[in-house]
Design a binder for this molecule. Structure first.
Ligand code: DQA
Length: 147
């Protein structure tokens, strides 16, 4: 592994830019990825960015990250609030997990207040929009350097 960070994005995050911009902002996922690639380069991290609308694919990616990625950054979208399967995969992996949400899920509907992902995360970043991903890379760098 070479300071590798795998960033997993869940359902509907491919729609960023047009999806509820009042909640999620005007940036597209490609915009956020570009900023992460730039920052990753500055921090000496290899950043791989993925998005899927499928719960099982997220589970597969978490399983496959073991021994390949040093850190997992995950915005599981709505599966955050529903997926025990994703929680089980995150608990099974030895790869440290950083949870990110663009919006402040605690300020929103009650059903978004609970996160299964949080139970397996070393830390959580919510409410900073796309910048939260850059914050997660800073945190990833610190975890890797202190390992
Ligand atoms: C989200 C918050 C979730 O509640 C929602 O289902 C999403 C996006 C966020 O980044 O703010 O799809 O994960």
């Amino acid at each position: 592994m070479a300071n590798k960070v795998l960033v997993i994005n869940g359902p509907n995050l491919n729609l960023l830019g047009t999806r509820e911009p009042d909640v999620y902002g005007a940036e597209t996922l490609a915009d956020i990825e570009a900023k992460c690639q730039t920052l990753g380069g500055e921090l000496g991290l290899e950043v791989e960015f993925r998005q899927t609308n499928t719960e099982g694919e997220m589970v597969d990616w978490v399983q496959q990250a073991q021994g390949v990625a040093d850190i997992l950054v995950i915005n599981a979208g709505a599966y955050t609030h529903t997926s025990v399967a994703l929680l089980d995969a995150l608990k099974a992996t030895k790869t440290p997990v950083i949870e990110v949400h663009l919006s402040n899920i605690h300020q929103r509907e009650e059903f978004r207040h609970h996160s299964y992902v949080s139970k397996a995360a070393v830390g959580i970043i919510v409410g900073f929009g796309g910048f939260g991903y850059e914050m997660a890379l800073q945190a990833a760098k610190r975890i890797i350097d202190n390992a």
